[in-house]
Design a protein around this ligand. Structure first.
Ligand code: ARG
Length: 726
């Protein structure tokens, strides 16, 4: 309890509360203010705060896990069964699939524990405990030069975090991470327990789990069965263990019951999960940089990569499997950044921010808060210093490193610096990486991408950031030609040679090289020399400026957020920006009107799935058995009787973002009514600005999930494991 008290003290000193904007807020579940809690109760919550998050008893939070590297999942049976999104399981499903056993394409349903498939590398994490360590961190930061805050911070946080782990925690695979809140106005320690034996239990075919593909991604109305099922295995003491056939299903601390009574408009909906990142305190300067440079560049460069990949994926099932997960990742945020830009401009977020900033400065002046009076000029200076470099950074990140070969080369670049001994010591790790590259790379599309991206970098980026040694060779060929097409040909020839000759695409040669690592070989290698030339520029001209910028923005944000909290003391409750720590958000099921004359209902049904069905289509095809069962209206226990159909998805007013994917959607009693899986297009500006009118969370209805498990997967064994409330 003491820990909780420390945290609450902070909350109070930051002047928690009153009038919170409608359903905005990603609340730390151990720091829910009284006003917010009362609002939750008013909307339909029946649980106490202690039932949601308890420091020493089992509570809801014990059933909410980090799934893989960036998603959420929830525990739904006393044998460690997990529900998460299909797009969260996507990488794992693709990884265990082959053209012969293509689970991504055909789905997979284990009928008993023996059929479950271990996924190498897949882990889940439980949140064990939290603690406010602000004083400890500040005590260390006291001695750090302000200009070095951000470069020193990770080391300090990591060192302090390790000190906080108990002997018991160290023995049971726990990890400690300290995370800044409110840009370093507060620091909280999170201890997680990581389980390493996670197995695939069930998934619908991709045609259902990703129904609508990228066309429907980030959109409502939506008809996607975005769920997949995994199980956690542990040693016989219930502790994390590497994969072993002797491991047994985990007995969890808490299991979320499943409620199939259904939702309607205004039903209470609560999510708990791990939103990855927001910038709700972003300034007008940040919005301007994003909309004018960062987002348009990112979208343009991703567009090129995606087109080339799709061309190859459509030709072959093997290539499709190989690239599926990588493609989905790139495409997801390609559409996101494009939409974000459109909505930021449409909602005039820049102008709104300017307005907020002006109000803040006026408040500071009126109240004689001298430390804040020049804050906006300081922000302006910080952004102006950085702006000339920002496009080159994006082009390096999204362009040069958008080549699969180059991104691996970049990660291996340290081989040029390391001693023979150091290389030999870690040779298995290097070999692993090269093997992975050769497994993941699709040569035809990657070669095309690399040529176009290299050319684009040269065409669009200021000469001071262009490594002339790389381009000299290509330009010799170009100077003899005149038009754009023949200049592209020169790039293609250069790239073809490079791919033919680099040792990174010859794993057995690389393995031999590792036996006696002679660096002159790598120095002459075409991939290494191109990336090394870029690295020289990036590390001397761009990164130092970027670090300076990040540091000043962090410190100015720290001041700004402190000031805002002061300014709204007693009027408004604040939550820290999302940072992949556990958050709770709540709202209600609610329709919306996206534009004049258009009204979107709050639910989608199977009728709509069949309406979108396009046999043979890449995104809108459906499995035969699905069409048959759906057409027969064989709905089992899962229909909404009032419409004689199944509700497949619904929308709520919850505040979530990427990382929340797979989050349990809970009713007022904390029972599972769905899985959150997306946000709507009209609210794609949500990372920077929450719009109460348009923001919606898209959820797959739990009844649709169970219907697919039972009627399509015929996996009654899984239904029997659940605690169903009917
Ligand atoms: N937009 C969703 C998210 O970021 C991912 C949806 C995956 N589906 C897809 N068609 N790419 O959580």
């Amino acid at each position: 309890m003491r820990k909780m008290k420390q945290l609450l003290t902070f909350g109070l000193s930051f002047g928690i509360i009153t009038s919170v904007l409608a359903d905005e807020g990603m609340w730390l579940p151990f720091l829910i203010g009284e006003k917010t809690y009362q609002d939750m109760v008013k909307k339909g919550l029946k649980l106490t705060k202690e039932q949601i998050f308890s420091a020493n008893k089992s509570s809801l939070k014990d059933a909410v896990i980090i799934f893989g590297g960036g998603c959420t999942g929830e525990i739904v049976s006393n044998k460690g069964l997990i529900f998460t999104n299909h797009h969260c399981g996507y990488d794992a499903i693709a990884k265990v699939s082959t053209v012969e056993h293509n689970y991504l394409k055909n789905g997979f349903w284990a009928k008993n524990l023996n059929e479950e498939i271990h996924v190498p590398g897949l882990t889940v994490q439980f949140l064990e405990r939290i603690k406010d360590v602000t004083d400890k961190v500040n005590n260390e930061l006291k001695n750090v030069d302000a200009l070095k805050t951000l470069s020193e911070l990770p080391k300090i946080l990591n060192r302090l975090a390790q000190q906080e782990l108990s002997e018991d925690e160290k023995k049971t695979n726990c990890e400690a991470r300290i995370v800044p809140m409110f840009s370093g106005n507060q620091y909280i320690l999170f201890v997680y327990k990581r389980y390493k034996d996670v197995r695939l239990v069930g998934t619908p075919s991709e045609s259902l789990g990703k129904f609508g593909g990228d066309t429907d991604n980030w959109e409502w109305p939506r008809h996607t069965a975005d769920f997949s099922i995994f199980r956690i295995y542990a040693d016989k003491n219930g502790q994390p263990a590497d994969y072993s056939p002797d491991n047994i299903p985990l007995t969890p601390k808490y299991v979320i019951p499943v409620n199939i009574k259904g939702i309607k408009e205004n039903s209470y909906a609560m999510t708990m999960g791990f939103p990855g990142g927001t910038n709700r305190f972003e300034t007008s300067y940040g919005v301007e940089l994003k909309t004018s440079i960062e987002n348009p560049s990112t979208v343009e460069l991703r567009d090129i990569r995606l087109k080339n990949m799709m061309e190859e994926m459509k030709k072959s099932e093997a290539v499709k499997l190989k690239l599926a997960s990588y493609y989905a990742r790139v495409a997801n945020y390609w559409k996101f950044f494009d939409g974000e830009n459109k909505q930021l401009l449409k909602y005039k977020v820049y102008e709104q921010k300017k307005n907020d900033e002006q109000k803040f400065i006026e408040w500071a002046k009126q109240n004689n808060k001298t430390e804040y009076i020049n804050l906006m000029q300081e922000f302006e200076q910080c952004f102006n210093n950085w702006k000339p470099y920002s496009k080159a950074r994006i082009y390096f990140q999204e362009g040069i490193l958008g080549s699969q070969l180059f991104s691996y080369t970049y990660r291996l670049l340290s081989l040029l610096q390391l001693s023979k001994e150091d290389i030999t010591k870690n040779k298995t790790q290097y070999l692993e990486q090269v093997k992975e590259l050769n497994k993941e790379i699709d040569l035809p599309s990657d070669q095309k991408n690399t040529a176009v991206l290299l050319k684009k970098y040269k065409d669009d980026i200021d000469a001071q950031f262009v490594p002339s040694n790389v381009y000299d060779k290509i330009s010799k060929d170009i100077s003899m030609t005149s038009n754009d097409q023949s200049s592209l040909t020169a790039y293609q020839n250069f790239v073809n040679d490079l791919y033919k000759n680099t040792i990174l695409l010859k794993p057995s040669e690389f393995e031999k090289w590792l036996e006696n690592p002679d660096k002159s070989v790598l120095e002459k290698d075409p991939a290494f020399s191109v990336l090394n030339a870029f690295y020289q520029i990036v590390s001397t001209k761009i990164l130092p400026e970027y670090n300076k910028f990040q540091n000043c923005n962090f410190l100015l944000q720290q001041k700004y957020q402190k000031g805002l909290i002061e300014m709204y003391k007693g009027k408004k409750e604040f939550y820290p920006d999302a940072n992949f720590t556990m958050r709770l958000s709540y709202g209600v099921v609610k329709p919306y009107s996206p534009k004049d004359a258009v009204f979107y209902k709050e639910i989608c049904t199977i009728k709509g799935v069949l309406e979108k069905y396009k046999p043979g289509d890449y995104e809108f095809d459906l499995p035969k058995d699905f069409v048959e069962t759906a057409t027969k209206k064989d709905f089992g226990n899962y229909a909404d009787k009032s419409i004689n159909d199944i509700v497949v998805t619904y929308i709520t007013t919850n505040d979530i973002t990427g990382g929340n994917s797979g989050s349990p959607v809970l009713n007022g009693k904390g029972e599972l009514i769905g899985l959150a899986f997306d946000g709507n297009y009209e609210a794609l500006s949500h990372k920077i600005h929450f719009d109460a009118q348009y923001n919606r969370t898209i959820c797959v209805d739990i009844r649709y999930v169970l219907w697919i498990i039972e009627k399509i997967g015929k996996a009654d064994n899984l239904i029997k494991e659940l605690k169903i409330v009917a």
